[in-house]
Design a protein around this ligand. Structure first.
Ligand SMILES: Cc1ncc(COP(=O)(O)O)c(C=O)c1O
Length: 437
């Protein structure tokens, strides 16, 4: 049997050709138009080694991964304990498993999650990706409340599957004529607007704790407390989309439970996790909920099934990941390194040379947004960062803001290195003209 070369089997030119023919010409053309050599080669730790030069006739670079695909690579790339667990799982004979049978691995992972989640969130269902898990969360809120209305944020993002898509931003819906009835959207952070819209017909409120695609928005302290109160008063299910903010990203295990404000520990009714749950190697997503929400499964335990959701191999790897990130010293490390990261970013904000360029810097833990005068800066800064060896990008629903979400395993030297590269990128940006200020 021929052994195929796994990494580096195609040149950029050949890859663009294949992409254009068999996947998507516009996507291939997008990178071509930016003049970017964008093939990811070997990855290790916080680095992605590019196979070719970022620009023509330049040597291949190592980019520091400050995107982490929204937290997929919380432990960086190729974390040894994760790779060992994956190998051990395969060697022990684990595979996806038959989802109709009872599964040892799913049961143990569900127990593990119940022990780590805020009080009362005891049950878990497994899915392949975040969108599917959000779909389930919304479906469960309807079956529990017997109501239809779904309340979410206008610039939120919860995935592209049908039910989740309805709760997200227009950009991802309009081309598919996806303005579903019974979905209502408000401005994230505006509690007065929220109070006017939520009522006794609302089945659920679904919000990201820190909207990532929406621009790393930090609500005022008390915002989620008031939402919790309103949900309790009106019998509405509160869903926290912790796909990006969960699993230690904020320096706490859960953004909604002390990660946003230390004294604001909100217990939602449902928590959805994905991305980082994969431990970077095996896709897995979960919808965890309080037991009163699972009544529908009493009528039919097979009413929501997912063939590859919660693969046994994935569950085993995820348990290893949870052991790593829930260790007190790991979270302590995230908090310590976050302070250094925050300090570096705030120094840029206070740098007189960058006063006209940086409008705002905001975030929590290792999840930060930097806002510029307009979307051209968001795109421009993305390119400048890549040229200076940082892989990060602008927020899809707020293009004037870039988001920085490095792996949680950074050390102090990595932070200095990132700040040095960011500084070079920032100082290379043009000054805004009069209209842009
Ligand atoms: C906050 C949030 N929720 C849900 C999703 C959907 O997850 P997936 O892409 O795994 O379907 C995403 C994906 O980017 C996300 O950022």
């Amino acid at each position: 049997m021929t052994e195929h070369k796994i990494i580096g089997s195609l040149s950029q030119k050949e890859l663009v050709k294949l992409y254009s023919k068999y996947i998507s010409k516009p996507k291939a053309e997008f990178f071509k138009s930016l003049g970017l050599g964008a093939i990811q080669g070997k990855r290790e730790g916080i680095y992605i080694h590019m196979l070719e030069g970022i620009r023509k006739n330049t040597p291949p670079m190592q980019l520091i991964d400050c995107r982490t695909s929204g937290g997929v690579f919380n432990l960086g790339h190729g974390y040894p304990k994760i790779i060992e667990a994956l190998k051990r799982g395969i060697e022990a004979g684990l595979d996806i498993g038959d989802h109709h049978l009872l599964s040892e691995q799913r049961a143990l992972l569900a127990k593990n999650l119940a022990e780590l989640m805020p009080g009362g969130i005891t049950n878990t269902q497994f899915c392949v990706g975040g969108g599917e898990a959000i779909d389930l969360a919304i479906k469960l809120s309807r079956s529990t409340t017997k109501r239809k209305k779904i309340l979410s944020a206008k610039t939120g993002y919860h995935g592209v599957t049908g039910v989740a898509l309805g709760a997200g931003n227009a950009r991802f819906k309009d081309a598919f004529m996806w303005n579903l009835p019974d979905y209502q959207q408000v401005t994230f952070g505006d509690i007065e607007e929220f109070e006017k819209v939520i009522d006794e017909e609302t089945a659920c409120v679904i919000l990201e704790t820190i909207p990532a695609t929406g621009g790393i928005l930090i609500p005022e302290e008390g915002y989620f407390t008031r939402i919790r109160e309103l949900c309790d008063e009106l019998g509405v299910i509160m869903i926290a989309d912790e796909v990006q903010t969960g699993l230690g990203r904020t320096g706490e295990l859960w953004g909604i439970y002390g990660g946003l404000y230390p004294h604001e520990k909100i217990v939602p009714d449902i928590i959805v996790l994905a991305k980082g749950m994969s431990s970077s190697v095996y896709p897995i997503a979960t919808c965890s909920y309080k037991s009163f929400i699972g009544e529908v499964f009493e009528q039919d335990p097979f009413i929501h099934i997912s063939t590859t959701g919660g693969s046994e191999l994935g569950c085993y790897v995820t348990r290893t990941m949870l052991d790593i990130i829930s260790a007190p010293e790991f979270l302590e490390h995230v908090r310590k390194i976050s302070k250094e990261f925050e300090k570096g970013l705030l120094e840029f904000k206070n740098n007189p040379l960058l006063q006209d360029i940086i409008v705002d810097v905001r975030g929590r833990g290792l999840m930060w947004g930097m806002e510029f005068p307009n979307h051209r800066y968001g795109v421009g800064m993305t390119l400048r960062m890549i040229e200076n060896g940082i892989f990060a990008d602008y927020c899809g629903n707020k293009e004037d803001t870039i988001k920085l979400m490095p792996p949680l395993i950074l050390n102090s030297e990595d932070v200095s290195n990132i700040m040095h590269r960011l500084e070079k990128a920032l100082l290379s940006l043009p000054k805004p003209n009069k209209e842009e200020k």
